[in-house]
Design a protein around this ligand. Structure first.
Ligand SMILES: NC(=O)c1ccc[n+]([C@@H]2O[C@H](COP(=O)([O-])OP(=O)(O)OC[C@H]3O[C@@H](n4cnc5c(N)ncnc54)[C@H](O)[C@@H]3O)[C@@H](O)[C@H]2O)c1
Length: 254
């Protein structure tokens, strides 16, 4: 049986990487999806693949760190499908540098990208979910919420780690606030995942440095996007009906 049949799922940052894999996975299991991203051509590619599964898909090009554009994404789901069952706050990223060299602009960019969009999309979506007394929200944290050795040593990642710990804290509180409305809120925290954008950087570190992602990961390999998507699907579905306020690591044992 398909696990999210006819549910309506919003996925932010679905034009590439993990967001795209999550959109594919939820659609394969029966969800109709609303995909948000600033990358219009990537969104079209994701959408045309999903249409082959028979699921309905809508794309909304916009910057979800802007309040009006985050609201537009949520409104598109409600206008088209009349409901929102699942929200995946996937947008995130980093401008890495060592703390003694980090520009304030890079710190602010990273904080805004990882935290502001998650806050804005959650706030807009839960207004509807509260009325329905139903919903599942999944936020993308990271192994970096506890620091990442290779990033810290070779590039510097304090802004990113701060944000991903922040996503965990946001999720913990919002899960408690929303429990009375039967809305579950969880995080998935990936380790080093071989996405199109991040894979090359990770493979380069594996080849050249001692504190490599593979050596520092008990399973001894990089993760694949579908392995993250599987965890999101579980948390989104009724199989996780008694799971809320939880961060699930998909990090090869780190
Ligand atoms: N790839 C990894 O190894 C890894 C590990 C741990 C956590 N994560 C987290 O998983 C999530 C996805 O990571 P990814 O590697 O797939 O990233 P990615 O950079 O490949 O994809 C991010 C997507 O978000 C979109 N985007 C960026 N800014 C946006 C904005 N303001 N508004 C709307 N869309 C925007 C981009 O266009 C892109 O399609 C992020 O939160 C990231 O921090 C990734």
């Amino acid at each position: 049986m398909k696990r999210v049949q006819d549910e309506v799922a919003i996925i932010t940052g679905a034009a590439n990487g993990l967001g795209q894999a999550i959109a594919f996975r939820l659609a394969q299991d029966g969800a109709n999806v609303i995909l948000g991203d600033i990358d219009g051509s990537g969104l079209s590619t994701t959408a045309s693949e999903i249409r082959k599964t028979g699921s309905q898909v809508i794309t909304v090009v916009g910057d979800i760190t802007e309040e009006a554009q985050a609201q537009e994404l949520i409104d598109a789901a409600l206008n088209h499908f009349g409901k929102i069952d699942i929200l995946v706050n996937n947008v995130g990223g980093s401008r890495n540098s060592k703390i003694w060299e980090m520009e304030v602009e890079d710190w602010d960019y990273t904080v805004r990208l990882n935290l502001r969009g998650t806050f804005l999309c959650t706030k807009a979506a839960v207004r509807h979910m509260i009325k329905k007394k139903k919903g599942s929200i999944i936020c993308l944290s990271s192994g970096a919420r506890e620091g990442t050795p290779w990033t810290a040593y070779y590039q510097g990642g304090s802004a990113y780690s701060t944000c991903k710990a922040g996503v965990h804290g946001f999720m913990r509180d919002v899960a408690m606030e929303l429990a009375e409305f039967n809305i579950r809120v969880n995080c998935v925290a990936p380790g080093p995942i071989e996405t199109d954008r991040e894979g090359e950087n990770l493979r380069k570190l594996n080849d050249t440095v001692d504190l490599s992602p593979e050596r520092m990961t008990p399973l001894g390999r990089l993760g694949q996007p579908f392995e993250v998507a599987n965890a999101v699907l579980f948390l989104a579905s009724d199989e996780a009906s008694y799971v809320t306020g939880h961060t699930m690591a998909v990090a090869g044992g780190r």
